[in-house]
Design a protein. Structure first.
Length: 235
């Protein structure tokens, strides 16, 4: 599929108006005015692979030593996340014994782990939406997880949704941020991006976006309060 077609599929646009250009990016209190908030998903809106019992479930289903399993899990993840391989191809590369039943089980567990939600952040998403802010999701996510999002209607909270598996690109590739900018019409100085990866944050900042390197809801709450004219993140 050509990149343009993938980009059109990746952006689930729920409302069309573009943001107007702005003259004064700061409010009277010295905090940056924000019209558009862009969220990463993994380790920002969820707790991916942080629950010991879920890690153990993956290892047990794989029938492999934990160190070997997770080394292979991450070694092949980039190709999976950007849509370069199918779920079956990915799991066959990860497993030493890629039995079809084992692959089915691992795909189910992997998807369950991905929706272990960070409820403090989801409450903030809904609060931002109620306050009239435009919201986007920009995630390095494989097809199994992206389609699971659609079935659960998690992406209905956002005006635009961009998944790497549909774009054929991954953060921190600058082109993925350019696609988001073009398709949403966002004004970089009025856009806040939250991601747990320093590389991803640096790439967005280089294009003029406002950023928070996310480590926890508590840390993000302090950063928002200090620098941005947005509703507070509440526990």
């Amino acid at each position: 599929m050509q990149q343009g077609a993938k980009a059109r599929r990746a952006s689930r646009t729920l409302s069309a108006p573009h943001l107007a250009s702005v003259r004064d990016p700061e409010d009277v209190h010295g905090r940056r005015r924000i019209d558009h908030v862009v969220f990463d998903f993994g380790d920002v809106l969820n707790h991916h692979l942080k629950a010991a019992e879920e890690k153990q479930a993956l290892v047990q289903a794989a029938g492999m030593p934990p160190r070997d399993f997770f080394a292979r899990y991450w070694a092949h993840r980039a190709a999976y996340d950007c849509g370069a391989c199918s779920p079956e191809t990915y799991w066959r590369a990860v497993l030493t014994d890629p039995h079809p039943d084992r692959i089915v089980e691992l795909r189910a567990i992997d998807t369950q782990v991905a929706v272990r939600l960070n409820f403090d952040m989801w409450r903030w998403v809904r609060q931002l939406k109620r306050s009239g802010k435009r919201l986007s999701l920009l995630s390095n996510m494989p097809s199994d997880l992206a389609r699971s999002h659609e079935r659960m209607a998690l992406h209905d909270n956002f005006d635009h949704v961009f998944f790497s598996c549909d774009l054929g690109l991954m953060k921190p590739d600058p082109q993925i941020y350019r696609i988001v900018t073009e398709q949403t019409g966002l004004a970089p100085q009025r856009t806040l991006f939250l991601d747990d990866s320093q590389e991803n944050i640096a790439a967005a900042k280089a294009l003029g976006w406002q950023v928070i390197h996310f480590r926890s809801a508590e840390q993000a709450a302090i950063a928002v309060h200090q620098a941005f004219d947005l509703p507070p993140i509440l526990p």
